[in-house]
Design a protein around this ligand. Structure first.
Ligand code: M6R
Length: 368
């Protein structure tokens, strides 16, 4: 049942090309327009939406953070992302023109469920992104975008996460289509780029042995940091969460631009720091990241840089370099997270931990 893998988690990591492809399947109609069948919200209702609040927990929350970059960039609708466990307790301002988006792999997370119940009492529309057909959260939502990861058994979310990202991109593109902020051919262009993601993930998975080797070099690590910018920032948080929950190692993710506001004091010789390098582009993201890497390296950090395969600017500052396929910055989380999943899975394995059932954790948290 594990297809020859030692853990469900590892099997699920390797299923990601298929999971992404399935989640993209059949979303364009004959005339090339996006169609989301289970959406159940009218285009006229969506056109009136002027604010989006995304609520989720854990890894799903990090998927929501990525969604914010895509939705705001493509639709110009303002997006807030909030932890479900915090949302209800601050008396949130919700109106009929607020769309609440709940992201939950299981569809049963108690905090997320209570949050959408609260939103509906305030007459906001609720859309859920969920991997579990017929679970409570989609049943109590006005509309759903299902992900097609298939059952996720490992407690650590992997294929659940990447398919949530796909659903978030689909939602962003659909809103752009409805609101007319994107022309048809631009939507096509991004959909074509998304269709290439499964093969890109395959190419990262083909280098798994390199990541495993790096993981085995870190069995004695007591703390690992992850730095990212823009859409790479939530990926840094996700990489840190994977390491905490599986290897029980202290790990933290930071926005690279924030380190000089405090966290840089943590840097000491030999500290492993993963750096997620944005693709080179017209913005300054890449160069800013490069200077962040230099700052931590000067102070002795051991840098493990994830960067585009042909990005030769990074090599002088990377103690270890992991190549990523060339994709636009907004889609980079889909490929950048893969080495981080492999790293955490392998490190936990060599440390002798139960990867599928980490201590103290449950697959779905049904208590508030
Ligand atoms: O089923 P959900 O997506 O609502 O679950 C949310 C979190 O409990 C979940 O993502 C958790 O953080 C995972 N263990 C992360 O790997």
């Amino acid at each position: 049942e594990k297809d020859g893998h030692d853990w469900f988690m590892r099997k699920e990591i390797f299923e990601q090309p298929r999971a992404v492809a399935d989640s993209l399947l059949g979303r364009r109609n004959a005339s090339g327009l996006l169609e989301l069948d289970e959406m159940r919200l009218d285009d006229s209702e969506l056109r009136d939406i002027d604010r989006i609040i995304i609520i989720a927990a854990g890894t799903s929350y990090y998927a929501g953070m990525v969604a914010k970059y895509a939705i705001e960039h493509w639709t110009r609708v303002s997006v807030e992302v909030e932890l479900a466990s915090e949302f209800r307790y601050r008396d949130p301002i919700l109106t009929r023109s607020t769309l609440v988006v709940a992201i939950s792999q299981s569809g049963e997370t108690a905090d997320t469920l209570q949050a959408i119940r609260h939103a509906r009492t305030q007459r906001s529309k609720v859309l859920s992104i969920c991997n579990t057909n017929g679970s409570t959260i989609p049943r109590e939502s006005d509309g759903v975008i299902y992900t097609y990861a298939g059952p996720e058994i490992g407690v650590a979310s992997t294929k659940g996460y990447v398919t949530q990202l796909v659903a978030c991109y689909l939602l962003a593109l659909y809103l752009a289509q409805v609101k007319g902020t994107f022309f048809g051919d631009e939507i096509h262009h991004v959909m074509d780029q998304l269709d290439e993601i499964p093969q890109h993930i395959e190419s990262v998975l083909a280098e798994a042995d390199q990541i495993y080797k790096i993981a085995r070099e870190h069995v004695d690590a007591t703390s690992v940091l992850f730095l990212g910018r823009h859409a790479g920032y939530p990926v840094a948080l996700e990489g840190a969460l994977k390491l905490k929950e599986l290897a029980y190692i202290h790990a933290e993710g930071f926005a690279a631009g924030e380190i000089k506001h405090g966290p840089i004091a943590l840097i000491e010789p030999g500290l492993p720091v993963f750096c997620i390098v944005p693709p080179r582009g017209r913005d300054h993201l890449h160069d800013k990241m490069l200077s962040g890497i230099q700052e931590v390296r000067t102070r002795g950090a051991r840098t493990i840089c994830l960067a585009e395969l042909d990005d030769e600017t990074i090599a002088p500052y990377a103690d270890t370099l992991i190549g990523l396929p060339k994709v636009p910055v907004l889609l980079q989380p889909l490929v950048a997270v893969i080495p981080l999943q492999l790293f955490a899975c392998e490190l936990a394995t060599v440390m002798g931990h139960d990867v599928d059932q980490p201590r103290n954790l449950a697959k779905s948290v049904t208590v508030e």
